[in-house]
Unconditional design. Sequence first.
Length: 383
Amino acid sequence: MEPLFFVVSIIAHRLLTRRASWHSKLAARYIPKVEQARWAIADVASEQRFTRVLDHFRECGYVVISGVLDDEEVESAMFKLWDYLETASRVTSSSSSSSSSLSRDSPSTWTRDSTPWPATVEGGILPYFSSGQSSAAWYIRSNEKIINIFRRFWGVDRVLTSFDGILVWRKSVKTETGWFHIDQNPTRKHSFSTLQGLVNLVPSSKTSGGNVLIETSHKDFPQHYENNPLYSPRLAELNGEDWLEIVSDDPILKRYKKERKIVQLELGKGDVLLWDSRTVHCSNSSTSKLKEGEVDRIERAAVLVSMIPEGRVSEECRKERRAAVDAGRTGSHWVDKVAVLGAEREEEAALERERHEGMKREGENLGVILSFSEMTEQMRELI
Ligand SMILES: [Fe+2]
């Protein structure tokens, strides 16, 4: 076999295999424009101005509310986040041959095999080690300003929270890029169902990468996906699940690019980003590399959070949610569905149970992972 043909065959095989498993990661890296309309927490509080915030959300499919958390609150959240990372590293060390764990004050330990960084997906999301029940996540969720934003969006007094995880990017580690997707099933949920959110803790810039959203793409939902041969096989496989990757050669991506709808957000410290689950989105990795001799740094950190009206969650689901808290489970943005991490694979679920026990043990003094009995009344009301 000719060497070139051999290489092409391998590449083609890989592409086809990856495409068949619907984890193609093939979407081109579009250079998005960097701009967005910003709102302030005062706009959310004002009856008159909140109408404009809602209009923006409905028109574009997302909205940014700037400076919701102040510097002190961001610092406290980061402190708890580091408690989580260091504890998860100690737990990993104690179950492996590693002799030590990472330290927030020593960036050289963040990528050293002997000082393990907790396992991530897509290069920067931390869904394991009970991140969804970490004090860092609960610190954000129980912030009155965050709760109020969701109350205002839904127009209700009582909301319940998701058990989402957290994400942390190190400059030294390349994250996934261009994995455009929607988080709502177009055949089962036809109209607006929920909004997702994150609270940003480290400023992002044009070069740091970060959230990428496609403005107005929620308006192509569900008609673009239903009865579309590009999506039919995957939708059949999904069986009601909500994560749908946008096919890389879907002409709609070209249209969005031409219309300059692809937006990379620059978020400041304490900013809140909310988006409609029908809006196409992904994250783009950093475009700059760690230079020789340069000290590693955290390029992105955020806590994912979503809340929905209490009335949308059944009593049975609330009982499951209560049990999920003490079991240390991390969930998705769907508050009314207790999706157990790794439930489809018993081995993975068992491993996560072990990690949770380790986190409770190692992080006991710092209260790194919260149990129901350790929560404030306000936190419990969100469950
Ligand atoms: Fe998503």
